[in-house]
Ligand binder design. Structure first.
Ligand code: NDP
Length: 284
């Protein structure tokens, strides 16, 4: 049976370190602030935003929520981001995605000052990640890397397969594995031999958004399986992209959903907010 990678515990350890860093900054008179912007009433976005705000509260980070109506225009949102870019009390800006369809997400992301872009979605930060010289790491992939490291398995030389090629998870995930000298393959919806590709993986990361798409026959004996997916199964229960019950009989290590990648995403966001505060302080 696979060992379960406890994302909750690992994220708690990261958050404890962040808390100490916030306290150290506070003792020098420096406050840490995160602006959380949510547009519309997407239920999942509301849950994510609440978790992020709660984490801020526990760690001593000041979070300010900007809850905007679904009809908010792109110009109004750009204006708010501009205000936040210029607000010295705000170190990090998080615009919760997805945005309503009349707003161009790319334009909004590009309007966030790169030094306040704690999600690391801005092209300037993506480029830095590409060349391995970054300030912030994207929250979910960075969280996955911590989970992989927690197994003690050295990524160097391992066959890594990432299923999913989104800009926020799949692509940066592949890049981080490559930086650690993994041999990386990215699969997506046009991949014709998904089962065979996945089966080669010593480290398999699933970021698809389809309940239980990764089955036991796709997993190599002893592999590390990281499940990014957040889906609902046929009974409405939260589940990942991996068929946990069956895959855990084959894998060496596996992350649960919930309690795996999710809490790591939030912990990395908190870490990035402190990095942003320190960076901005050093620029004064
Ligand atoms: P996207 O929808 O942006 O990307 C999904 C990717 O999966 C695409 O690249 C798509 O391929 C690929 N894909 C779709 N169907 C298949 C298939 N049948 N076989 C192989 N690949 C396929 O999703 P995200 O990357 O934003 O998110 C992925 C999942 O992770 C979602 O469930 C999301 O909720 C979850 N998530 C969880 C987070 C957490 O903190 N735990 C944070 C962020 C996301 P193509 O490009 O060809 O369309």
């Amino acid at each position: 049976m696979a060992k379960i990678i406890d994302g909750k515990k690992i994220s708690d350890d990261i958050k404890e370190t962040v808390k100490q860093e916030v306290l150290a900054l506070n003792s020098k008179g420096i406050l840490v602030g995160l602006a959380v912007v949510i547009v519309g009433d997407n239920q999942a976005s509301r849950v994510y935003v609440n978790s992020k705000k709660k984490a801020c509260e526990t760690l001593g980070i000041h979070s300010t929520e900007y809850a905007l109506k679904a009809e908010t225009s792109q110009a109004e949102l750009l204006e708010l981001v501009d205000e936040l870019n210029n607000n010295p009390d705000i170190n990090g800006i998080l615009v919760q995605l997805p945005l309503p369809s009349h707003i161009d997400e790319k334009k909004i992301i590009e309007s966030i000052s790169p030094i306040k872009d704690v999600d690391a979605f801005h092209a300037a930060n993506v480029g830095k990640i590409m060349i391995g010289d970054y300030d912030f790491l994207p929250c979910t992939p960075a969280g996955c890397m911590e989970l992989i490291r927690s197994t003690g398995v050295n990524i160097s030389g391992k066959t890594c397969v990432v299923v999913g090629r989104s800009n926020i998870v799949g692509k940066p995930m592949a890049m981080l594995l490559l930086h650690e000298s993994g041999t990386v393959t990215i699969c997506h919806s046009r991949t014709t031999n998904l089962t065979e590709m996945c089966k080669t993986a010593d480290i398999l990361v699933a970021a698809v958004g389809k309940a239980k798409i990764i089955t036991a026959e796709m997993v190599k004996e002893g592999a590390i399986v990281i499940d990014v997916g957040m889906n609902r199964d046929e009974n409405g229960k939260l589940c990942g992209d991996v068929d946990f019950d069956e895959v855990s009989k084959v894998a060496g290590y596996i992350t649960p959903v919930p309690g795996g990648v999710g809490p790591m995403t939030i912990a990395t966001l908190m870490k990035n907010t402190v990095i942003a505060a320190k960076m901005q302080e050093s620029m004064k």
